[in-house]
Design a protein around this ligand. Structure first.
Ligand SMILES: [Zn+2]
Length: 52
C-alpha cells in the first residue's frame, strides 16, 4: 500500500512506504516551504499521509 500526501500548496507527494513519504515530504518542505523546515516531525508527516 502506497502513501500520498496532498500538500496545502497543491503539490501531491506519492511514495511506496512510510520511510519514503517522510523523506520526500522533507525534501518538498526544504524546496517549497523553508519556513517549515524542522517543524514537521515524522509523526506529523505520517499524520498528513493517506493510504493509497
Ligand atoms: Zn507544499
Amino acid at each position: 500500500m502506497g502513501k500520498v500526501v496532498n500538500c496545502e500548496c497543491g503539490e501531491t507527494v506519492r511514495a511506496a512506504d512510510d520511510d519514503e513519504v517522510v523523506s520526500l515530504v522533507e525534501a518538498h518542505v526544504e524546496r517549497s516551504h523553508p519556513e517549515l523546515v524542522g517543524k514537521l516531525s515524522r509523526a506529523d508527516i505520517l499524520g498528513m499521509a493517506e493510504e493509497e
